[in-house]
Ligand binder design. Structure first.
Ligand code: BDR
Ligand code: CA
Length: 321
């Protein structure tokens, strides 16, 4: 049976590329997007999800509202660095029409639970922002831990430093408590972190191929991603492109052979100076059952080729003008 894909996004330039990758992947059926906060506020991310799926010719994709802030907080503000990297509007200040659709009435948390009850092991859940929604779904219906197919999350760093501090990666740092709950819950999860996502880089040479398609979708993808590449030239000079964080998680969800993984039970530090660090759980070091896999190697050329083929196909199939 075709895998039922759920994306959980803080859209976000690379989140937008993750949507595009998913829509270009016939192996999966994108049954819903759950909105979260992070690169942008929850409402802006949802606005982007609806507008992008319209622009790419997929208005059938349903968008659900997740939680607007971390489990232990009562509000969220976008960090200036997020606006610098993704633009104030999350999509590199590109201007695309608002959708005339609204998010679904059902909450994102209930949607996750209902989808797992309906499709069970066929569900693959890909969060590319904080882990808040998934942690909330597990709190509400812990039985989904044993019922879901798998989680493939973008976040964390095991063998390399973080990107918001020496320890913490951005998505995990938004809600370390939620990440720790998810990691220790025993849900089958693959962590696609900075260890591998900073090895998959895109340059203006590739984005130009989208611009040359000559339609609105191609221009949008090229202009948005060039904004991201430009930000990377400041935040990570010498890297030679932008990190394809979120689309790599979708790629791995569809084809796990893109990465080499280490089986390990993980935790997230929630106390002290290392809050937000993703690391092996010492209490479960000797547990023969490993519920998590951490991606530590990636076939970057193969992923890049898949990425360009799939996204270019989606952009080409969108409206001609
Ligand atoms: C992650 O943080 C966000 O800014 C990106 O969208 C990605 O999900 C990379 O650390
Ligand atoms: Ca993201």
């Amino acid at each position: 049976m075709t895998q039922k894909l759920i994306l959980d996004l803080d859209t976000g330039i690379d989140d937008a590329l993750a949507i595009s990758y998913a829509l270009g992947s016939p192996e999966v059926d994108l049954i819903g997007i759950v909105g979260t906060y992070g690169n942008v506020l929850l409402q802006q991310g949802i606005r982007n999800d609806l507008a992008i799926t319209d622009l790419l010719g997929h208005p059938e994709v349903k968008v659900y509202q997740g939680l607007p802030h971390a489990l232990k907080k009562d509000s969220f503000e976008v960090q200036p660095v997020s606006a610098f990297i993704h633009g104030q509007n999350g999509i590199g200040e590109t201007v695309i029409p608002d959708s005339d659709r609204e998010p679904e009435n059902e909450s994102g948390i209930d949607f996750i639970i209902d989808a797992v009850k309906t499709y069970g092991k066929d569900v693959v859940y890909v969060p590319t922002g904080p882990q808040t929604n998934l942690a909330a779904a597990i709190r509400k219906a812990p039985e989904i831990i044993g019922q879901i197919g798998k989680v493939v999350l973008m976040g964390g760093a095991l063998t390399v430093p973080g990107n918001v501090s020496a320890w913490a990666e951005a998505n995990i740092s938004q809600d370390p408590d939620a990440a720790d709950e998810v990691f220790r819950s025993g849900i089958p999860a693959t962590m696609v972190g900075l260890d591998v996502t900073l090895q998959t880089l895109l340059t203006r040479k590739e984005t130009e191929q989208w611009r040359q398609l000559g339609n609105a979708a191609g221009r949008f993808l090229a202009d948005m991603t060039d904004f991201y590449i430009k930000a990377y030239e400041t935040t990570a000079p010498g890297l030679g492109g932008c990190g394809l964080h979120d689309p790599l998680a979708v790629g791995v969800a569809i084809d796990p052979t893109l990465v080499a993984t280490l089986p390990i039970n993980m935790q997230t530090d929630v106390e002290g100076a290392t809050r937000g660090r993703t690391i092996g759980d010492p209490d479960k070091l000797n547990d023969p059952r490993k519920t998590m896999q951490v991606a530590v190697g990636v076939d970057a050329p193969r992923f890049l080729s898949e990425f360009m083929t799939r996204i270019t196909n989606v952009a080409r199939s969108a409206k001609a003008e």
